[in-house]
Design a protein around this ligand. Structure first.
Ligand SMILES: Cc1ncc(COP(=O)(O)O)c(C=O)c1O
Length: 277
């Protein structure tokens, strides 16, 4: 991130280059902390309530202290977006554990929108990660600071020209992407790995489930063997920043007829409609 962007660290606003956390923070030493990536559109941080409740819930389960009220954090998000003049983009909210004499730190920083128009109109390509996701890990359903494995998988994916890496779990079934949840469409049904498959229960994943209910498109949360991906007519990926992203090539194989699918488009459109209500 550019050092002149404004960040909010523990309710103080400063250029990114001047912000620092104490070296005793267990977030730095052991990766003990959590984060949220929040979409900003029309100048406003979106779905803030959902992001803050996931943050609170994860903090409770992982024994982290959240040093500010939801209202105060919401204010920090709005002000950071405003001070950086973000109209379309994102914010990252990070909570560290602190430790010893050191208080937890709460950081809000701008996050660029890296998903371009062409990616939505053509769809992206993904392949399988050589690393497996441990569905029994107590961390897997939280957005923790332990993202090294995801980053390694993503780097490998990028070296093959893929935009995303898909993780299988220890049982060999589909879990999630390195930064996304995965959905496939077969015979008019939308299918996504069930939550015990080793995944972050994404906010956008929940919105897809709601949009399918609203459209009366059958949706199944189930165990998904990797072979099912190859027989899918459509696949799409979701996260808060990308929204719904068509996946049109799986390694060297086109998904369906290799272009973004109709159900993918309908679901994305319904999510927009529901968000605007
Ligand atoms: C590993 C992983 N799974 C799923 C998601 C999707 O989560 P959300 O829709 O809440 O952004 C993300 C988001 O970054 C992620 O990193």
């Amino acid at each position: 991130m550019e050092t002149d962007k404004i960040v909010c660290l523990n309710d103080c606003y400063m250029p990114a280059g001047e912000a620092a956390v104490p070296v005793a923070d267990q977030g730095l030493l052991y990766g003990m902390g959590i984060f949220e990536t929040i979409r900003v559109s029309g100048g406003l941080p979106r779905l803030v309530g959902l992001h803050l409740s996931r943050l609170q819930k994860s903090a409770g389960e992982l024994g982290l202290e959240v040093p500010y009220s939801p209202g105060a954090i919401e204010e920090m998000l709005y002000r950071t977006a405003q001070k950086n003049g973000i109209t379309e983009g994102g914010l990252r909210l990070t909570l560290t554990a602190g430790g010893g004499q050191c208080r937890p730190s709460l950081l809000v920083q701008p996050r660029d929108q890296t998903y371009g128009e062409e990616m939505y109109s053509l769809g992206i390509r993904a392949g399988f990660s050589p690393y497996v996701r441990n569905e029994r890990s107590p961390l897997v359903r939280h957005k923790t600071l332990n993202y090294y494995e995801n980053i390694m998988a993503r780097r490998l994916a990028a070296s093959s020209g893929w935009g995303e890496a898909l993780f299988l779990n220890c049982s060999g079934n589909l879990a999630e992407g390195s930064v996304s949840n995965v959905f496939l469409v077969r015979d008019g049904r939308v299918i996504t790995p069930e939550s015990g498959s080793g995944l972050l229960p994404g906010i956008t994943r929940r919105r897809v489930i709601d949009a399918c209910a609203s459209l009366k498109i059958p949706l199944e949360e189930r165990v998904v063997g990797p072979g099912r991906l190859y027989g899918a007519g459509e696949i799409f990926l979701t996260n808060s920043l990308m929204g719904v992203m068509p996946l049109t090539r799986l390694e060297n194989t086109p998904v369906g007829n290799g272009v973004p699918g109709e159900i993918t488009r309908l679901v994305a459109q319904e999510m927009e409609r529901l968000a605007a209500l």
